[in-house]
Design a protein around this ligand. Structure first.
Ligand code: F6P
Length: 325
């Protein structure tokens, strides 16, 4: 906990953008202003910090943003900030502007950057902003809800054409090394196979047998949702077509999953989290990450949060398998 009163804060978005980040920025700015603090926006993440792309923000600056996808502060990944010198330089730039604290909206890589700033005397609070849901300390991350709904709608569309042509379709969804997006939209779209990096055994023969079996019981199309962490959907499609004789196509959804207007849930949760971050700083708390766990919003120490491990619940996987038989 910081003893010193925090009067001036900054907010940045880092790593991949996620729908709902604007709602979080807006909430940080407006709650901090109503707490009597001065607020700065840092453009383009940690790289923008090092470039001095920092400006004061008013309530008006975040008007008309809650419904927009992407991030109005823009984002970047910075190699320079990854170094000790980069972090020291960033902290000095903040101190020279009289900024006591930074709210970092991003994934757990961004929290590591925040910890670096805190070692140089800047108070920090992290907000979980990623479509991947791969942050262990929270069961909700800003952008996941919009991304899975976008992916689900896209999969429904592929299903229409796949079914009309009696094809097998492999649809690859984002998620980096995590399978949450694949699991959620795979279950929600009734996929016959959902391939997750957390438990994939590379047994393509089992998938081929499943397709052959499904055709025997009268299924005329077959949907496979494959996670980005497994990848290789195009070559997988070629092998499955050769082994089953069923026309097989791969569709890689890609960046469209990261865009679009955020869902109500992403706007609401991001608003609560952004305001919560401003309140933590008002109370002089630092090195915290705002989370959602067991039905409520809460906060953890960043070091503690980074040490936590997350995995896809085995029971969910079992249910997903039962649904696809
Ligand atoms: O972390 C969000 C995410 O979209 C991942 O799902 C994906 O692996 C990655 O970012 C892509 O990152 P980039 O924008 O650097 O290509």
């Amino acid at each position: 906990m910081a003893e010193k009163e925090i009067k001036t804060i900054a907010v940045l978005t880092s790593g991949g953008d996620a729908p709902g980040m604007n709602a979080a920025i807006r909430a940080v700015v407006r709650k901090a202003l109503s707490n009597g603090m001065k607020v700065y926006g840092i453009e383009k993440g940690y790289q923008g910090l090092l470039n001095g792309e920092i400006h004061e923000m008013t309530s008006k600056d975040v008007s008309d943003s809650i419904q927009k996808g992407g991030t109005i502060l823009r984002t970047a990944r910075s190699e320079e900030f990854g170094t000790d010198e980069g972090k020291a330089k960033g902290a000095k730039i903040l101190k020279d502007l009289g900024i006591d604290a930074v709210v970092v909206i991003g994934g757990d890589g961004s929290y590591k950057g925040a910890l670096g700033l805190s070692k140089h005397g800047i108070a920090v609070v992290g907000l979980p902003g990623t479509i991947d849901l791969d942050i262990a300390c929270t069961d909700y991350t800003i952008g996941f809800d919009t991304a899975v709904n976008t992916a689900m709608e896209a999969i429904d569309k592929v299903r229409d054409t796949s079914s009309s042509h009696e094809r097998c379709s492999i649809i690859e969804v984002m998620g980096r090394g995590a399978g949450y997006i694949a699991l959620w939209c795979g279950v929600a779209s009734g996929a016959e196979e959902i391939l997750l990096p957390e438990n994939y055994d590379f047994d393509e023969q089992r998938i081929i047998n499943h397709i052959i079996q499904a055709r025997k019981i009268g299924k005329t199309h077959f949907l496979i949702v494959n996670a980005e962490g497994i990848g290789h959907s195009t070559s997988m499609a070629r092998r499955i077509e050769a082994a089953t004789g069923m026309e097989t196509r791969a569709t890689i959804l890609g960046y469209m999953q990261r865009g679009g207007s955020p869902t109500c849930k992403d706007r609401f949760y991001a608003t609560i989290m952004g305001a919560y971050a401003a309140d933590l700083l008002k109370q002089g708390k630092t090195n915290r990450v705002v989370c959602h766990m067991n039905g409520d919003f809460c906060d953890y120490d960043i070091d503690e949060a980074l040490a936590m491990k997350k995995t896809v619940p085995e029971y969910w996987v079992e249910i997903a398998r039962a649904m696809s038989r």
